[in-house]
Design a protein. Structure first.
Length: 154
């Protein structure tokens, strides 16, 4: 039995230590905002924050998570946080979303980037977002939205 801190709440989970965090979030805890994409940490759809750092939940095993680690999913981002609010606003202003499937992972990666690099260059954005795939090809709008969010959050 392990206890996870997810979105400010504590959840006891009784799963094998090699169970991916993604399946615990979706199937045990019931948080379905984090999506399954490739299962190999290549697409970024399953991105969540672990102690503030974006990670791929499809390959992060429960047994690898330290006791008292803070896990944040798309459902738990703090809308009061100026970075989160700026990212959400930019996504809406620039109509970033097309099909929407990848967007939870895109937003989590963008927030993670802006928390560490408040005013990123195109190259820094491309590098930070390179592991997040968008089948609809909204990459240019995503980059533009990150720049807008950086300006608004500053």
């Amino acid at each position: 039995m392990q206890t996870l801190r997810v979105n400010g709440q504590t959840y006891p989970v009784d799963v094998d230590p090699d169970t991916p965090l993604l399946w615990v979030l979706r199937d045990i805890i019931g948080l379905n905002g984090t999506k399954f994409g490739c299962g190999m940490a290549q697409c970024g759809v399953c991105t969540v924050h672990l102690d503030g750092t974006p990670v791929r939940s499809c390959v992060l095993q429960i047994g690898q998570i330290k006791q008292n680690a803070v896990i944040t999913t798309i459902e738990g981002v703090d809308e009061i946080d100026p970075v989160v609010r700026a990212v959400q606003k930019a996504w809406i202003d620039l109509d970033v979303v097309q099909c929407g499937y990848c967007q939870p992972g895109q937003i989590m990666a963008a927030v993670g980037l802006l928390k560490t690099v408040p005013n990123p260059t195109d190259e820094q954005i491309d590098s930070a977002m390179s592991g997040n795939m968008c089948r609809c090809g909204t990459y240019m709008r995503i980059r533009k939205a990150i720049h807008q969010a950086a300006g608004e959050a500053a």
